[in-house]
Design a protein around this ligand. Structure first.
Ligand code: FES
Length: 336
């Protein structure tokens, strides 16, 4: 597992009103590399609601912002739980958290956002790789609570790397076959995703929804294996965006609220152009992963480069991520 649960590397651009201070109530080591952090309001009050699959941004004292999936139960309003994997590839987020964040510390977070929502379905198949289990764990809690069927295929390097084992066994209850653990060291190979997908679609694809969260190669294999499924039945949570941002510039952006028009120059994103003009916008990852900068499009044709929007949302051109996406038309009109 090469990802660490982080969804992007950024400097904080979030508007202050979007942030909340929470206290770390408990730190729990799940595996040698993965720890969970339980975050609560300092006065014990209810937290803003979230739905399974959502994430929050942590604003770290070193100036970085990192997004982490919530792995707790959406019915619990007094705490958020995140899982963080210490990664050798850490760009400062997971290492800082593991080395510095302790019980009693206060941390600034954004309100939850959900780019990976759970759909009500007859059969829900969840595929996780390593720390990619975190959003799927919150989904399993929800599916179990409402009595919907689910099966989890959970790929890890070895048994010792399987986080949340006791939670998952408890959630599987008297149907342990719902939990399919794949240990690379025991099988001598990575999870056969094509075989997993085929097993579930051979009996008919109708009513099956498949979710995948894990390292890049797993997501690529999942995309290929589910290519024949309708796009609204396959769901992927990305940690990185392999598509380059649109920075050719050379188009105008009209801001509907003020009527102001800005020219986006070559080498700049729409977000950077707005900020350079002194216009404050919500953003976080700046890579098209988190959805924080989603903006309504009132005119023109965006050049979508994010990994947040669904195929249908891209085609509708009703919204766009202004941190990475550009314009195919000479002018865009934005609801700003
Ligand atoms: S800031 Fe994360 S998608 Fe744009």
């Amino acid at each position: 597992m090469e990802t660490n649960g982080e969804m992007g590397t950024t400097v904080s651009l979030l508007a202050p009103e979007a942030e909340t201070l929470l206290r770390v109530r408990r730190v729990h080591r799940e595996t040698q590399e993965i720890a969970t952090y339980e975050l609560c309001a300092e006065d014990g009050s209810e937290l803003p609601p979230f739905t399974a699959g959502a994430h929050i941004d942590l604003h770290l004292p070193n100036g970085l912002v990192r997004s982490y999936s919530l792995c707790g139960d959406e019915a619990e309003r007094d705490r958020y739980i995140i899982g963080v994997a210490r990664s050798p590839d850490s760009r400062g987020g997971s290492t800082w958290i593991h080395d510095n964040l302790r019980t009693g510390d206060v941390v600034s977070i954004s309100h939850p956002r959900n780019n990976f929502p759970l759909v009500d379905a007859d059969r829900t198949i969840l595929i996780a790789g390593g720390i990619g289990i975190t959003p799927l764990l919150s989904m399993i809690r929800r599916l179990t609570a409402i009595g919907n069927d689910w099966t989890l295929h959970y790929a890890v390097r070895s048994h010792a790397h399987a986080a949340f084992s006791s939670d998952l066994r408890h959630l599987a209850g008297d149907r342990p076959e719902r939990l399919q653990l794949h240990c690379d060291d025991e099988s001598g190979s990575v999870l056969d995703l094509r075989g997993v997908v085929q097993r579930w679609t051979d009996t008919g694809a109708d009513g099956v929804h498949m979710y995948c969260c894990g390292p890049g190669p797993m997501l690529t294999a999942f995309e290929a294996a589910t290519a024949a499924l309708p796009s609204n039945q396959r769901h992927i949570e990305y940690f990185t965006n392999a598509t380059a941002a649109a920075k050719a510039g050379g188009f105008e952006v009209e801001l509907a609220a003020s009527g102001k028009t800005l020219m986006v120059p070559p080498g700049a994103s729409i977000l950077e152009t707005l900020r350079n003009a002194g216009i404050d916008c919500m953003s976080s990852c700046t890579e098209g992963i988190c959805g924080a900068c989603e903006t309504r499009v009132l005119g023109g044709e965006p050049d979508h480069r994010d990994v947040v929007l669904t195929d249908d949302e891209r085609i509708s051109n009703e919204v766009m991520m202004i941190c990475c996406s550009g314009s195919k038309s000479r002018k865009l009109i934005l609801d700003l």
